[in-house]
Ligand binder design. Structure first.
Ligand code: ASP
Length: 433
């Protein structure tokens, strides 16, 4: 049995942890009447300890992970200026689609109210931005007075701005600063590895968090979780099958059905692997078969796999609403605006590998003072949602690539429409991310 468990994929282990935690929690809630064993020993100590330690490990990762990942990501797109219009258009569409994605998610979250009725209470401190802060304050606070204090306090927007600036300067002065450049690249590697290690504890952490939640709530916790999943799936479906096709028609007048008929394979691959990065080769190949020149796609697809995560942004938007409702916190306009900005930044800072969207979700929560503990509830089912959202993430990259190459006259419309066969040659190696 243990051997079988050890051989499972990480995602399945987390799922097992979640199901076991759920079952144990329910048994505790429904059948154990001794309050000492149930509440004092298990819920408030054993599960609390296991769950909180894991959440702290996750929190520990956020600032350095986002800092290094954004600096390295921006530094690596030094060609943006050279590529000129392609770079500008691509980044514009990537950011635009992500803003649309978060907005849809916030809207669905406020409509369906996945967290309503959970009535959780939070006793810890909430952080910097509250519903009362004005928009002007939020904008002013983005520029750190002291970037080191921002790093230490985890003021994410300031950290991101500082990392962006470092990335831009590194991109410019790369050749003069090889040591600093490799410091950042290696720092990024270390943080990715640390994330992997922390994720190894996820099955235990999730078990404890689920046990604690369902031990306390019993069956009442099920409905909100189900609603949360439905909200995310609806958001993803709207983005993939309404927003993207509309953009495609608007900008290129090409037929989106033709696109999906050929592209669904890449979506399936992303779905089963939960990683945008691993999908890059297949994405490039399929787009070439649709008549997209590699001149454009070899730049836009790896960039998109790194900075464009619309599916992830949708999950984060819904998660924010879920947690705010669960803890009875009213998010005002400023807080919602902050969520949109931070989720776009989080999308840039999320690496295209499994589960990282959850780590950067803590930064979105922090930005509006939501308790990170709420992530514990959605952690267990995240593996499944990760599969769906990764499929949407890479679809966004491909749609943007089609639009940009169409505008740039690097798309052969006859090939796209099936009137001509693509002339596929041996490819140059694409950059590894
Ligand atoms: N798995 C996602 C991707 O690779 C990232 C995430 O949302 O965790 O695109």
């Amino acid at each position: 049995m243990i051997k079988y468990f050890n051989e499972m994929s990480q995602g399945n282990k987390i799922l097992v942890g979640m199901i076991l935690g759920f079952i144990v929690g329910l048994i505790l809630n429904l059948f154990v009447s001794d309050p000492f064993i149930k509440n004092v020993v298990l819920i408030d100590n054993v599960f609390y300890l296991g769950g909180t330690l894991f959440i702290r490990l996750m929190k520990m990762l956020v600032v350095p992970l986002v800092f290094f990942s954004i600096a390295v990501g921006v530094a690596s797109i030094s060609d943006v200026k050279k590529i000129g219009t392609i770079g500008g258009r691509t980044i514009f569409i990537y950011i635009l689609t992500t803003i649309v994605a978060v907005t849809i998610a916030l809207f669905i979250g406020s409509l369906i109210q996945p967290g309503a009725g959970l009535n959780l209470t939070y006793t810890g401190q909430t952080s910097n931005i509250t519903a009362n802060q004005t928009i002007t304050d939020t904008i002013v606070n983005i520029i750190p007075e002291n970037p080191f204090a921002s790093l230490a306090n985890g003021d994410m927007l300031s950290v991101i701005i500082f990392a962006l600036l470092i990335g831009i300067i590194l991109a410019k002065l790369k050749s003069e600063l090889p040591v600093v450049e490799s410091f950042f690249t290696q720092g990024n590697k270390i943080m990715m590895e640390m994330t992997n290690i922390v994720m190894k504890f996820a099955p235990i952490g999730v078990f404890c968090l689920m046990g604690k939640t369902f031990g306390g709530l019993g069956l009442d916790g099920l409905l909100p979780l189900g609603k949360y999943i439905i909200c995310v799936l609806i958001g993803l479906a709207i983005q993939a099958f309404m927003v993207y096709p509309s953009l495609m028609i608007l900008f290129t007048r090409l037929n989106p059905i033709r696109f999906f008929k050929r592209f669904y394979m890449v979506m399936l691959f992303a779905f089963s692997s939960s990683t945008s990065n691993a999908t890059i080769p297949l994405n490039l190949e399929k787009l070439e078969e649709m008549g997209v020149s590699r001149d454009v796609s070899s730049f836009t697809i790896p960039l998109g796999a790194t900075i464009n995560m619309d599916g992830t942004a949708i999950m984060q938007g819904v998660a924010v609403m879920f947690a705010a409702q669960a803890y009875g916190m009213d998010l005002g306009t400023t807080a919602l605006l902050t969520v949109v900005i931070t989720a776009v930044m989080a999308s840039i800072g999320t690496a295209g590998v499994p589960s990282v969207g959850l780590v950067t979700l803590t930064m979105v929560f922090n930005s509006v003072g939501l308790p990170v503990e709420a992530i514990g509830m959605i952690f267990g089912i995240d593996h499944i949602l990760d599969m769906f959202r990764t499929a949407v993430n890479i679809t966004g990259d491909a749609i943007c690539t089609i639009i940009v190459s169409f505008k740039n006259k690097s798309l052969d419309v006859n090939i796209f429409n099936g009137k001509k066969q693509p002339d596929i040659q041996e490819h140059v190696k694409f950059p590894e991310l």
